[in-house]
Design a protein around this ligand. Structure first.
Ligand SMILES: Cc1cc2nc3c(=O)[nH]c(=O)nc-3n(C[C@H](O)[C@H](O)[C@H](O)COP(=O)(O)OP(=O)(O)OC[C@H]3O[C@@H](n4cnc5c(N)ncnc54)[C@H](O)[C@@H]3O)c2cc1C
Length: 425
């Protein structure tokens, strides 16, 4: 089998580049390791996230949990729908000007600020309290169609109402332009001859297959792409970041909250000065059971209707490493721990001011959902996003020069537009 362009992975980066190239008349085939699992419940979520039965995420040897999924659409399926521009200046300093691409990406994803009518009671309470504390609490820009959103709060289980943009929308567009998607194709290695890409070797339910292509674009994500590169004898895997976060929760004694959209607002005041953003978060029973929270606080899962939380998400140090067997380390140096601690303290103050009972406050273990940097621009890829092997490109979170500390989806979509224009030239 052969094609013009092979795209490895159907998440944010893979589907975006497939859509752009197929629209420009290229013959594109997407190879995706996962399939179309059922979405929408906590039980189903255990099968789509790559962790084990007891936790959705994979733990590093340093006890940092990193969340990602393996399925058609990748982690784009489980986002909160947050769409903000990140790392524009940093990419520009590497010769990649994304200004026009960001404008297009925002329009393609129909980014809108979360309307006040779609904010839940907890979000509004935290917004009012933030304003009283002098914080600039803004509606979060979202790639959610609010005419379809039911405010169920289950974005991270996969939206079953079709309200949230996922990369599956772009796969649909790619089909219309003749692209193909092969599921259950786990790419193990790149075929290279005389420093020129020749195709990939992929594991399928029918055994190993070799697929030829003139151009191969890796988009297997920050934890997946480096594994393929390493197993092909290329350098990758260092400089892993993940935007580490801690959630802080507390109980409001007389409250009876219903489900609501998470991360509907953002406090960006401390991103540049202290290295974190704050946003309201409402976790479900699965998270609270599997979070390594103190045993004495586990009973709060019985009080979900009284629970209110704030996420402190940091821009962490790119100091982790992904290895060829897929395992990874992600140490938390003092500078990052200080950011998490400060973010937690500020979240706690916010919650206390909003009326939570002081002795009910607890923080979760360190989690993250934005792994990247492992095939970074200026190290593994050049400003055309091409590796040292001619015809082999990377288009996902792996190429980020540093942690965004903000939602990465919009930046990845913009990068795909940039790369497609280069490839067609
Ligand atoms: C719970 C959660 C909430 C998030 N919320 C937001 C948000 O609100 N806004 C935002 O901007 N970002 C959010 N993110 C982050 C965002 O989802 C990711 O940064 C983004 O999807 C990364 O895109 P990617 O293309 O790098 O990887 P992915 O989207 O993860 O795609 C990688 C794809 O490659 C496939 N794959 C892996 N290995 C192989 C292989 N060897 N062969 C073939 N296929 C392979 C995977 O199955 C997957 O489909 C969230 C992440 C999580 C986990």
């Amino acid at each position: 089998m052969s094609c013009d362009c092979l795209v490895v992975g159907s998440g944010t980066g893979g589907a975006s580049i497939a859509r752009e190239l197929s629209k420009k008349g290229k013959k594109v085939t997407i190879l995706e390791a996962g399939a179309y699992p059922k979405l929408g419940t906590e039980f189903n979520a255990l099968k789509i996230y790559t962790g084990g039965f007891l936790s959705p995420g994979e733990f590093s040897k340093d006890n940092v949990e990193i969340l990602r999924t393996k399925m058609v659409g990748g982690s784009s399926v489980v986002t909160y729908g947050n769409g903000t521009i990140a790392l524009q200046a940093e990419f520009k300093s590497h010769g990649v000007d994304l200004e026009a691409e960001f404008i297009e990406a925002e329009s393609d994803l129909n980014i809108v600020e979360c309307p006040e009518d779609n904010m839940g009671v907890r979000t509004k309470l935290l917004m009012k309290t933030s304003q009283e504390l002098g914080y600039n609490c803004m509606p979060m820009p979202k790639f959610i169609d609010f005419t379809k959103c039911r405010g169920c709060g289950n974005c991270v289980l996969g939206c079953i109402y079709g309200a949230k943009w996922t990369s599956r929308n772009f796969i649909g567009d790619s089909y219309k332009h003749g692209a193909k998607l092969l599921t259950n194709h786990f790419v193990e290695e790149i075929l290279i001859q005389d420093n020129q890409v020749k195709g990939v070797r992929t594991r399928t339910p029918d055994g190993m297959k070799e697929i030829e292509a003139e151009t191969v674009i890796l988009a297997a994500g920050g934890l997946g792409t480096p594994v393929i590169l390493l197993n092909s004898g290329l350098e990758a895997g260092s400089h892993l970041f993940a935007d580490t976060l801690v959630n802080t929760f507390g109980v409001v004694k007389d409250a009876d909250f219903s489900n609501e959209l998470s991360m509907a607002t953002i406090i960006d005041d401390f991103h540049d000065s202290e290295g974190y953003i704050l946003s309201p978060t409402m976790e479900g029973p699965l998270d609270l059971l599997t979070d390594r929270i103190p045993l004495s606080k586990k009973h709060v899962i019985l009080k979900l209707s009284k629970l209110i939380g704030v996420m402190a998400k940091t821009k962490d140090t790119a100091n982790g490493t992904v290895f060829a067997d897929g395992s990874f380390v992600k140490p938390v140096p003092k500078i990052d721990m200080d950011k998490l601690d400060k973010g937690h303290e500020r979240s706690k103050d916010l919650l206390l001011a909003a009326g939570v009972e002081p002795n009910s406050v607890f923080r979760t273990h360190i989690r993250a959902g934005h792994p990247g940097g492992t095939a970074g621009i200026g190290r593994v890829v050049n400003s055309d996003l091409e590796t040292e092997v001619s015809g082999l490109y990377v288009c996902d979170c792996s190429v980020f020069p540093e942690a965004p500390g903000k939602p990465p989806v919009l930046t990845i979509v913009a990068l795909a537009k940039y790369l497609a224009a280069k490839l067609v030239q």
